[in-house]
Design a binder for this molecule. Structure first.
Ligand code: FE
Length: 237
């Protein structure tokens, strides 16, 4: 095998989606980036999901999955809810507005510009992941907001990659640019659960923390904006 430059794979473009499904009376969803349209007539998509997730189990059992396309208004919080928690111990769907599609799977109505409902017609076992080939049976545009790209999520939202994502190793190889910046007076803290970094210069305005707030001065009931971990799960970077 030839040499593998992981940065070459980093140049592949992706969107950011919530994949949802059902299994009897369970409904659940998770974030995913590995979604692509593969044919136009009929419209078919390929979706890669980690085998360990509850959503994977639901898709396997029901044969249906829906894709909610996140748009650029999506805050880290919604990505955190669906990307850094398991539906086995947290009711993700109670945290957002959704409706049930014609296939019985939920589609997310918050910060989504389009939704696709689909039926699984084939699947490919890739050891850690399954690629589901699905025919789109209904779809709807919800807003004119531009879709979130994975690059935008990382560069503008400074989002992290969940361990179950197919791209986890690529993006986890990225290091923070600590060498290039002169050392800040106030220390950055990193969430041990999801890897999000609290930068005192930026604060967490959505969480009520003003820019310029030292980590030590954040109230104890504050939680990680990405995964919801408590303040004591953070360690100095
Ligand atoms: Fe976190």
């Amino acid at each position: 095998m030839g040499e593998i430059d992981m940065r070459a794979l980093f140049s592949i473009s992706y969107g950011l989606y919530i994949i949802s499904s059902k299994d009897d009376d369970i409904i659940n969803g998770q974030t995913a980036n590995a979604v692509t349209q593969v044919t136009a007539d009929p419209p078919q998509i390929a979706v890669a999901l980690n085998k360990t997730t509850l959503t994977h189990q639901c898709v396997k059992n029901s044969g249906f999955l829906d894709v909610s396309v996140l748009d650029q208004t999506a805050p880290l919080k919604i990505i955190g809810i669906f990307g850094f928690n398991s539906g086995r111990d947290f009711d993700k769907m109670s945290q957002c507005n959704f409706k049930l599609g014609i296939n019985g799977c939920p589609v997310i109505l918050d910060h989504t510009c389009a939704v696709l409902e689909s039926k699984v017609i084939d699947s490919i076992d890739l050891r850690t992941h399954t690629v589901f080939i699905c025919e789109v049976i209904a779809s709807e545009t919800l807003s004119k907001n531009p879709p979130m790209t994975y690059a935008y999520y990382h560069s503008d939202l400074k989002g992290k990659t969940p361990k179950n994502a197919p791209t986890y190793e690529i993006f986890s190889d990225e290091k923070e640019d600590t060498n290039s910046k002169e050392e800040s007076k106030m220390k950055k803290y990193v969430c041990q659960i999801c890897g999000w970094v609290y930068d005192p210069e930026e604060g967490d305005p959505d969480g009520g923390i003003e820019p310029g707030t030292a980590f030590e001065d954040i109230p104890d009931d504050w939680v990680c904006p990405v995964c919801g971990a408590s303040k004591d799960q953070f360690e100095p970077q």
